[in-house]
Design a protein around this ligand. Structure first.
Ligand SMILES: Cc1cc2nc3c(=O)[nH]c(=O)nc-3n(C[C@H](O)[C@H](O)[C@H](O)COP(=O)(O)OP(=O)(O)OC[C@H]3O[C@@H](n4cnc5c(N)ncnc54)[C@H](O)[C@@H]3O)c2cc1C
Length: 570
């Protein structure tokens, strides 16, 4: 008999969004609601600890920044696909979150007069990235985790893999999960739920993401009938270290760093004459890809082509003070000291703008279920996110969804729990996947999937390539890979990898289907065969619904409150 564990509110994911939500449930209910936070890795190993450069917020209006400027920069950066009411909400709440974190103990970097310091970031018209050296994610996570630990009503389930949602006609009821350490399968019963499972970036091999960033949460919601929104928009960061893909923060460019090609040319002059290296990511990444395509890149001994990021002129002192992790990464992984040598970089998968369809309150179409952070598409980022807006979004919607879920849980007590759904999920997991008969090595399938995404769904895309990729992914889905070689119960990472692969195949199909259908170029989605933005036909969000024949697409309106689409130049 499957053991059932009960909480008032269940949060899947313990990154910045999940932890912020847990604190808000506690605060709203004055500690009366019990909160279960599940994470497939230890909370402090959630991907959010990797965030480097900063969190966007308007703090210094007295020096010229303004909410209006942050709103406009984000909408323009999104290539006009962001919902403008959501952007307004982000910008109005983000400053409170910065000061709230400060009160919880966040060690923000400071100016000499004691003010919280801010640095420049791509696509922002004012230096509004609040930072803590180049470890903003680590310190935010540490601050939030420590705050959670003060609340006896928050219980952490570290290293528990959630396999699916449990819902019925009335809405969300709970989830099912495997305790990785023991291998035991459990049901979780709750009055309200929040999915904060992060992005889908490990669909790609060359990515800045943690290896745990697979689209499990997206796939769970999709299987449960929640549409996925705007999944074709995948962000490629301009500066991944070659050949590992480890991120070199845009904060470095904010500190005055330049990009050069093999002819020694500062090539961003051609692509973003005013903003140069501080153009938005889609434009800088495409510029690097163009330089490489046209033969002006360097070639690494790994075979990868790259351009150089030159920090030298900003000086040893500033590099040691503000970019110490970057320096360490370059020295350890590449054997170069950026104080003395330029860094080899190229574009790399970094963020998923799309995600679980949620409204401005983070509510999904399933009653009692919210989503926050990178797993949610609310939509603030539209077709291209501005750097530092993600951690801000995680904090803001962590708070909003935590409050909403708490209020809901205080007013609703579900009449029943659908045990039948739990039994069906157990069967799907153990009979379908764990005891699957397939002969093929799942790691090879995963490798082929990532290779396909790297090749066809990258910075430049074509209808032909995307069609080819779709065929390949569908063929991979047909191959009998459901093969868990290792049959032990405890810490069966082979099993976890196969479960993740299930989600990856489903979600790759959604990304490709949306990208194939969208015959225009907008933000990070650039179709070489349709190189122009087409507002007449495509100023709309894509919604992908799961059917037995694969994703079925329909579209919804973009909310425009104040800025009509304009030509986007930098
Ligand atoms: C290298 C790097 C640097 C970045 N720097 C910045 C920056 O400076 N500023 C900025 O704004 N943004 C930055 N970003 C983006 C930002 O870090 C992320 O968008 C953000 O941290 C995502 O947080 P999250 O809370 O949504 O999810 P995550 O931190 O990704 O956490 C996801 C959680 O879900 C859990 N989970 C997933 N699936 C399951 C499952 N099946 N069962 C149980 N648990 C599950 C995981 O264990 C984890 O706890 C950066 C991204 C990268 C890759």
């Amino acid at each position: 008999m499957t053991e059932t564990i009960s909480h008032d509110v269940l949060i899947v994911g313990s990154g910045i969004a999940g932890l912020r939500a847990a604190i808000e449930v506690t605060r709203t209910s004055e500690g009366k609601l019990s909160v279960g936070v599940l994470s497939k890795v230890h909370a402090m190993r959630s991907h959010s600890v990797c965030a480097q450069g900063g969190t966007a917020a308007v703090l210094h209006a007295d020096r010229g920044d303004s909410a209006e400027a942050h709103i406009f920069d984000t909408i323009k950066g999104s290539d006009y696909l962001a919902d403008q009411d959501a952007v307004e909400r982000l910008v109005s709440i983000a400053p409170q979150e910065i000061y709230q974190l400060e009160h919880w103990g966040m060690p923000w970097s400071r100016e000499s007069d004691g003010r919280v310091a801010q640095r420049a970031f791509g696509g922002h018209s004012y230096p509004r990235a609040t930072f803590a050296g180049d470890r903003v994610g680590f310190y935010e996570m540490q601050t939030l985790y420590d705050t959670c630990l003060r609340s006896p009503n928050i219980e952490f389930y570290h290293e528990w893999y959630v396999t699916g949602l449990v819902s019925d006609r009335e809405g969300f009821r709970g989830a099912t999960a495997i305790e990785i350490g023991s291998g035991n399968f459990h049901a979780f019963k709750a009055k309200a739920g929040i999915l904060a499972t992060g992005g889908a970036g490990r669909l790609y091999a060359f990515a800045t993401y943690s290896h745990s960033s697979t689209p499990d949460g997206l796939a769970m919601a999709y299987r449960d009938g929640v549409p996925l929104k705007d999944m074709e928009f995948v962000q490629f960061h301009p500066t991944g270290l070659v050949p590992s893909g480890v991120l070199i923060t845009e904060g470095a460019r904010g500190d005055g760093v330049i990009l050069v090609n093999k002819d020694g040319e500062r090539f961003m002059k051609k692509y973003a004459p005013q903003k140069l290296e501080l153009g938005p990511r889609d434009i800088v990444a495409r510029a690097i890809a163009t330089e490489i395509r046209e033969g002006r890149g360097f070639r690494d001994e790994s075979g990868m082509e790259y351009v150089q990021l030159d920090l030298r002129h900003i000086g040893a002192e500033k590099i040691k003070e503000r970019l110490s992790d970057i320096r360490e990464v370059c020295m350890k992984l590449r054997g170069i000291d950026p104080i003395e040598e330029p860094i080899p970089v190229r574009y790399v998968c970094h963020f998923t703008m799309g995600g679980i369809h949620a409204n401005i309150d983070g509510a999904t179409p399933v009653k009692g279920l919210w989503s926050a952070g990178e797993s949610a598409c609310i939509s603030v980022n539209g077709a291209n996110r501005l750097g530092t807006n993600s951690t801000a979004t995680c904090l803001v919607w962590g708070g909003i969804t935590g409050r909403a879920a708490a209020e809901y849980a205080m007013q609703h007590t579900p009449s029943s729990f659908p045990q039948q759904s739990v039994m069906l999920e157990e069967k799907r997991i153990y009979d379908g996947i764990f005891r699957g008969e397939g002969k093929e090595n799942p790691y090879e399938i995963k490798h082929e999937l990532q290779k396909t995404m790297d090749e066809y769904a990258n910075v430049f895309r074509t209808g032909q390539g995307l069609g080819e990729a779709l065929k390949k992914v569908r063929a991979l889905k047909q191959r009998a890979y459901k093969h868990v070689e290792d049959k032990v119960r405890e810490f069966n990472i082979n099993f976890v990898n196969v479960l993740e692969l299930e989600s990856m195949l489903d979600i790759a199909e959604v990304v490709l289907t949306g990208a194939y259908a969208r015959t225009e170029s907008r933000g990070a989605h650039f179709r070489s065969d349709f190189p122009k933005r087409d507002d007449d036909h495509w100023l709309k969000h894509t919604l992908a619904h799961k059917t037995t024949d694969g994703p079925q697409l329909d579209y919804s309106q973009v909310t425009i409150t104040r800025y009509q689409p304009q030509e986007r130049t930098y």
